[in-house]
Design a protein around this ligand. Structure first.
Ligand code: CP
Length: 316
């Protein structure tokens, strides 16, 4: 297996099966630190640089929390408009990253341009972690999600993942790539104008991901092991920021999870949603035995602890 030390985490396309399990093992070893709300000194000599060109609650703060739990430092920005990349100069990724690499030991970047973290990694002498790039990918989120499924089910094989929502979305891409490493099916459900692109489906064919497309949650709810959700009412992920419009629409019933829908689900099926949510996942579902999105949020810190300690060489 390739070493993680010094490695960029940009995509799950190149992640191998044993690498998923290795990351999960490291997460398991570090998890008690988060559970017991302890701070340690594993990364006491390291600093994480956060470069967020798009809004985030979970991804940025989970990386920061992970770094603090491991005794490291954090610097960076969450509003690119207050940097030279977001003002008159429109400083390039290349020049910005040549600065950031002197300020810390790893960079976690979210950007509205697909491929921006990959561009950063070309120029940075330190690891770059993709925290979401346009419609591209969201690898740390999907590692978190698969870790959550693995902890719950004890396997990632033999499972049906019903993926509901906007299939242009970066999490949908990362999970499609990741499932190629497992004997699992990706069931694709979403509005026609949010369908996966032919290019993406071609990539899934090339990678060997098993998938099929359906039209309504009622067709597949009884067979789902994992219900993997994204909104269909959501902003344009190629924009740096989008304010909420007055007429943003409602989620059609085909793509909505309610208590009534879950009454027809397998007893041990679980619901994941990386959040934030709109009306596709009603609060009434939070009380059901199937809801795992709060556990998923907690695991988000644990997974970032694992990834940071691996790429910074503190864990092998
Ligand atoms: N799940 C996720 O990426 O959330 P944020 O946009 O809040 O980081």
């Amino acid at each position: 297996m390739r070493s993680f030390a010094g490695r960029d985490i940009l995509s799950l396309k190149e992640f191998e099966r044993n690498e998923f399990f290795h990351v999960f093992q490291v997460a398991d070893r570090l998890e008690p630190i988060a559970r017991e709300r302890r701070n340690t000194d594993l990364l006491a000599t390291k600093t994480l640089v956060t470069a967020f060109y798009q809004p985030s609650t979970r991804t940025r703060l989970a990386h920061e929390a992970a770094m603090l739990r491991l005794g490291g430092g954090v610097t960076g920005f969450s509003d690119a408009k207050m940097t030279r990349a977001g003002d008159f100069y429109q400083e390039s990724i290349k020049d910005t990253v040549h600065m950031l690499e002197y300020y810390g030991d790893a960079i976690v970047m979210r950007h509205f341009q697909q491929g921006a973290p990959h561009e950063a990694a070309r120029w940075a002498s330190i690891p770059v972690i993709n925290a979401g790039d346009g419609w591209g990918e969201h690898p740390t989120q999907v590692l978190t999600d698969l870790y959550t499924v693995y902890k719950e089910k004890g396997t990632l094989d033999g499972l049906s993942f019903v993926c509901i929502g906007d299939h242009r979305m970066r999490t949908m891409h990362s999970i499609g790539y990741a499932l190629s490493q497992f004997d699992a099916e990706m069931v694709i459900l979403g509005p026609e104008d949010m369908s996966p692109t032919e290019e993406f489906l071609g990539e899934l064919d090339g990678l060997g991901t098993s998938y099929r497309v359906v039209d309504h949650i009622d067709e597949v709810i009884a067979e789902a092991d994992v219900i993997y959700m994204e909104p269909v009412v959501q902003p344009d992920y190629t924009a740096s920021r989008q304010e909420k419009q007055d007429d943003y629409g409602l989620t059609p019933a085909n793509y909505q999870i309610t208590a009534d829908v879950m009454s027809r689900a397998k007893g041990d099926s679980i619901i994941l949603h990386s959040l934030p949510r709109m009306d596709e996942l009603l609060p009434e579902v939070d009380q059901l035995k199937h809801a795992r999105y709060w556990q998923e949020a907690y695991n988000g810190v644990v997974m970032r602890m694992a990834l940071l300690s691996l790429v910074l060489g503190a864990m092998e």
